[in-house]
Design a protein around this ligand. Sequence first.
Ligand SMILES: Nc1ncnc2c1ncn2[C@@H]1O[C@H](COP(=O)(O)OP(=O)(O)OP(=O)(O)O)[C@@H](O)[C@H]1O
Length: 236
Amino acid sequence: MAKKAATRPLRAIRGEPAAGDGWPWSIPAVRQLLADGLEPGALTILVGENGSGKSTLVEGIAVAYGMSPEGGSIGARHRTRATESPLPERLSFVRNPGSARWGYFLRAETMHGLYSYLEANPGGPDPVFHELSHGESIVAMLAARFSSPGLYLMDEPESALSFTNTLALVHLLEQMVADGTRQAIVATHSPILAATPGAQVWELGSWGMRRTDWTELALVGQWRRFLADPERFLGD
Ligand SMILES: Nc1ncnc2c1ncn2[C@@H]1O[C@H](COP(=O)(O)OP(=O)(O)OP(=O)(O)O)[C@@H](O)[C@H]1O
């Protein structure tokens, strides 16, 4: 029997022209996404300085896909604030036929609420999240819950993770996309996550967004220079 074709959810993200000059249309990366669209790989990683638009893009894609701007699975409608951008109205998707519509948006700041929910609603052989540290629980949650085919959006998932557990997350991301039915778009400041084998890495900035080799990322150069000579950065 022929092998089933890989069916990760998104073939392409398409944009319509910006709706004005103010935020979020003023962000170069947003303007580029609207103008050029994006053909995401199995794993797409967005890096860039604070304010370069990573969260705006990830949140815009998440909401356009049917997720809450505050995180959670598709269809979740939990909302405590209304600061999300009008970007999702300008985005549409070219889906791979037969791919799963399920998706999950992981935001570091909403993880705590998720653990409370999972502890109150045990649905299987989950670890006892409250007996784990913050970072341990993120890795355990990802390992336990991110197995369904679908689209996974993550905004700085490394924020509570040690070096070792960031490496564990790299291995999870590799496994996640290896079967062809799961796809992830990850915004990060971590040079470790950005090094995930096979990732399509985009660097955001005043130029918009550009495909960049890991060795050429400003983030990587900055860490290299700092670790080689911390005093150069800290001396007066
Ligand atoms: N609700 C909002 N209203 C107006 N401007 C906003 C809003 N949210 C974000 N911005 C602005 O949009 C720009 C991009 O912010 P965004 O959070 O997407 O950047 P980022 O690359 O994710 O940054 P970080 O690395 O700090 O998370 C910033 O200049 C920010 O001030």
